[in-house]
Design a protein around this ligand. Structure first.
Ligand code: C5P
Length: 404
């Protein structure tokens, strides 16, 4: 899991978003982290320490003078093993305290005495967040090397709408995963296709390919975590857009091709074609629904070949590094290599096994001019991380003037 072996000290301060910190503990644990909760006195007015103790299976600390810590140095002991201190929610008051290095309670002292990174997820009403003093304090934190997650904009507990909302727990975990991920694609621009395409026969019928889009979406997420700017051109899927990724929804192969070429225009370092693109489009598609009784006989469909998006991008002048995917049913290595050459791409990723559609795991074979490298069965998220590292190694360092 992405936060395996990570130990996080979660600081909860006094704001209504403290109720979301309970869910955040669960999300952090689901991602593999262990969590030690430390609360300010004000936070205990919103949620009790018992809630966090039950969720984290660890005693919760509030008081600087807690006698449970043998050497009475909770401010040192608690963060000693931590990979990061995460303050969520961070109130305006606590941000002010951090910006000034104040240490008048346990959580404040922990932050001042820390050796690990400090991550802060602000949560407050929009007037408080836009207050110049709070903005000044937030800017001071950034200048001090503290990372701010959010805040988001939207509905607020006070009934207003605007900036200051704490990021949702899942989004905070995404930020945390990205924070810890090696920045292998920092400054790179990446375009990815994912999912199936849909070729209409009439307004209610069409031809599509079997593809859940999970591998392409996992790759978009992993590239983002590695620091890339990611544009994801997606055929019809029900998947959520990974945080920080720009998504362009398309239906047909021609739309996908146009969207990819537009996304690659300007500058693109890496193109990963994961989409299961329909090979043919229906040239005699009907603008209105074909009625079964009107046709009399079975309708005849006429087809034309769709553009090969991968091959088109690989042939562009100054083409990005191109990665193709292949779902071969037999003689994977030989067919994969001939497909790689035919498409004119340096790297082809072949799916091993036939039943990979819609599953959360897979097994891959990397085929490049050096030969073949298997990647054993793993979750699509894990495979995406491995692939990003493999691709980043092949991309090498950005040339001078390459990064935007
Ligand atoms: O030829 P085949 O469909 O097996 O090739 C698969 C690879 O080519 C995948 O990377 C797929 O996304 C890409 N492709 C494409 N445009 C097409 C057909 C396939 O980009 N029209």
């Amino acid at each position: 899991m992405e936060l395996d072996k990570r130990h996080i000290v979660l600081g909860v301060t006094g704001g209504i978003a403290a109720y979301k910190a309970a869910e955040l503990v669960r999300e952090l644990q689901r991602a593999g982290a262990t969590v030690q909760v430390v609360m300010t006195r004000a936070a205990t007015h919103f949620v009790t320490p018992v809630t966090f103790q039950a969720l984290s299976s660890r005693p919760v600390f509030v008081d600087q003078w807690d006698e449970r810590v043998a050497n009475n140095m909770a401010h040192i002991e608690l963060s000693r093993a931590a990979d990061a201190i995460l303050i969520a929610p961070a109130s305006a008051d606590f941000i002010g305290k951090l910006a000034n290095g104040l240490a008048d309670d346990l959580l404040g002292t922990l932050c001042v005495a820390r050796e690990c990174p400090l991550l802060v997820a602000p949560a407050m009403n929009r007037q408080m967040w836009t207050n110049p003093a709070v903005q000044r304090n937030a800017a001071q934190l950034r200048a001090d090397g503290v990372t701010l997650f959010g805040p988001d904009s939207g509905d607020q507990a006070c009934g207003e709408t605007g900036p200051g909302r704490m990021l949702e727990p899942a989004a905070i975990v995404e930020e945390l995963v990205a924070f810890f991920a090696p920045p292998l694609l920092a400054g790179r621009r990446v375009v990815i296709t994912a999912g199936p395409t849909y070729e209409p026969i009439d307004p209610v019928r069409g031809i599509t390919n079997r593809s859940s889009g999970k591998m392409g979406f996992a790759l978009a997420r992993a590239c983002r975590h590695a620091g890339a700017e990611v544009q994801l051109v997606a055929g019809p899927t029900a998947l959520d857009t990974p945080a920080g990724v720009t998504r362009i929804d398309v239906q047909t192969a021609r739309e996908m091709c146009a969207a990819v070429l537009a996304a690659c225009a300007g500058h693109c370092d890496l193109f990963i074609a994961v989409a299961a693109v329909a090979d043919w489009q229906v040239t005699n598609a009907s603008a209105r629904k074909i009625k079964k009784d009107e046709v009399g006989t079975t309708p005849e469909l006429a087809f034309a070949e769709n553009p090969d998006i991968l091959q088109t991008v690989a042939a562009l002048p100054g083409a990005p590094y191109c990665v193709g995917f292949a779902a071969e049913s037999e003689d994977l290595a030989r067919n994969g290599e001939s497909k790689r050459r035919r498409k004119g791409v340096p790297l082809l990723v072949a799916n091993i096994g036939h039943e990979t559609f819609g599953r959360d795991d897979n097994e891959l074979l990397l085929i490049d001019e050096q030969g073949i490298k298997p990647i054993g069965r793993a979750s699509k998220d894990e495979l995406a991380r491995v692939l990003v590292a493999e691709i980043a190694g092949r991309l090498g360092k950005p040339a001078a003037g390459d990064t935007p």
